[in-house]
Design a protein around this ligand. Structure first.
Ligand SMILES: *Cc1c(COP(=O)(O)O)cnc(C)c1O
Length: 227
């Protein structure tokens, strides 16, 4: 799976969609209730086009700079595509991020929330936002700590007036993700937030069982990343 051809990208995408549908059924959830974010980071535009040609429109990138080199041309050809920022956002890249992304999944600190709010007012663009939760309280990981989440979510909504629609997390790597997914879902319910972005190539069926509305899948579609 180190270098998959374009046709393989479509084949692997179809396999992921089938597994996603099976996970929806197994969890008693309606067909189409979970959306697949194809995570195209590190992969060139010619690996992405086969998915667009096959009708897929939802993608995720983790770097603003890289996304800026790939997506304006793709958007010109496919104006209805939806692009999510799933990686850390520096305050000095907020202007570019607001201009390019439809959803920013990684709002996780006051300085960033304030910068996003100011840029949304300035530009008139309002990409929907998710708050990233450091659900395993890992010291090196981005995201708001669970203990601080309630206050931060509330401040984002009522203070900075950001269009917060959900929560996102990346559970600790060597732990069973299910309890972490469950706690994120509980937190979203408590705040009446409809979107839950959780689950990656290794654990998306379990995220769907726990209530994910968006799963972020890269490797299982595009193959392993070289970088
Ligand atoms: C890279 C990435 C993914 C996709 O991971 P895979 O294991 O390749 O499916 C999902 N979410 C985030 C935040 C990522 O950075």
């Amino acid at each position: 799976m180190t270098d998959v051809s374009h046709q393989d990208v479509q084949v692997q995408f179809a396999a992921v969609m089938a597994e996603l549908a099976a996970a929806e059924r197994a969890s008693g959830r309606p067909a189409g209730s979970v959306r697949l974010i194809a995570v195209s980071k590190t992969h060139p535009v010619d690996r992405i086009r086969p998915l667009l040609a096959a009708g897929h429109r939802l993608f995720g990138e983790n770097r603003v700079k890289e996304a800026e080199t790939k997506w304006p041309a793709l958007r010109a050809d496919y104006p209805d595509l939806e692009l999510h920022l799933i990686g850390p956002l520096q305050s000095n890249k907020v202007k570019e991020a607001v201009a390019l992304f439809d959803v920013i999944e990684t709002v996780d600190r006051p300085k960033l929330a304030a910068a996003l709010a100011a840029e949304m007012v300035r530009s008139g663009r309002r990409p929907r936002c998710l708050v990233q939760i450091n659900i395993g309280s890992e010291s090196q990981k981005a995201g708001v700590l669970p203990d601080a989440a309630d206050d931060f979510i509330e401040a984002c909504r009522t203070g900075w007036q950001l269009p917060i629609e959900g929560l996102m997390c990346i559970p600790p790597q060597d732990e069973d993700p299910t309890p972490h997914f469950g706690r994120l879902a509980e937190m979203a319910r408590r705040h009446a937030l409809p979107l839950l972005s959780m689950g990656m190539s290794g654990d998306y069926p379990r995220a769907i069982a726990a209530g994910a509305t968006h799963v972020r899948v890269g490797t299982a579609i595009f193959g392993y990343r070289s970088g």
